[in-house]
Write a new protein. Structure first.
Length: 176
């Protein structure tokens, strides 16, 4: 749900939200509340990426604010960055992450997801994963195009996350 009155980026960055919001050309836009499955897959993917970044100087982050343009701030469900935010922009990623992960929500809409993907690609993000938390399928977007993921294994040039274990846990309530 968008708040009608226009707000400056500075006001947005100083504001506090119960559930963080995005900033799109003067509008503060709340993201849909995540479902149980969305939250679980977000945590699972973030923890698997964190394990894989420990041997590098990269960081896996959840719900991270990313400035995609001076008038647009997105919140990635999960992202991997190769450096900490600059001291001048505490808590804000201003350069392209290596990977952005978006997990579909029942309340999400396709045109908005496509705009989000375009924002990441325009910023120069080399890898974007869009995951359906119910099926474990999705898409991988790169600067050269998109491909479908049907085997529940999401990959980049540096990271691999298989959702089979997470989906088995969701189905049975336990991990093998």
């Amino acid at each position: 749900m968008a708040i009608a009155e226009l707000t400056s980026a500075e006001q947005y960055l100083r504001a506090r939200f119960e559930h963080d919001a995005e900033y799109l050309e003067g509008r503060i836009v709340e993201r849909p509340m995540p479902s149980f499955e969305h939250s679980y897959i977000q945590n699972f993917v973030g923890s698997r990426l964190e394990e894989q970044t420990k041997s590098s100087r990269s960081f896996a982050l959840t719900e991270q604010r990313i400035r995609v343009r001076p008038d647009r701030y997105r919140l990635a469900d999960v992202c991997v960055v190769d450096q900490r935010p600059a001291p001048a922009d505490p808590g804000i990623v201003t350069s392209a992450p290596h990977l952005c992960v978006e997990i579909l929500s029942p309340d999400g809409d396709v045109p908005e997801m496509l705009r989000r993907i375009d924002d990441y690609l325009d910023l120069g993000v080399p890898w974007i994963w869009v995951i359906d938390p119910l099926s474990g399928q999705g898409q991988v977007y790169t600067q050269s195009g998109a491909s479908r993921v049907k085997d529940r294994i999401f990959k980049t040039d540096r990271f691999t996350v298989s959702l089979a274990e997470a989906l088995a846990h969701l189905d049975t309530g336990q991990v093998d």
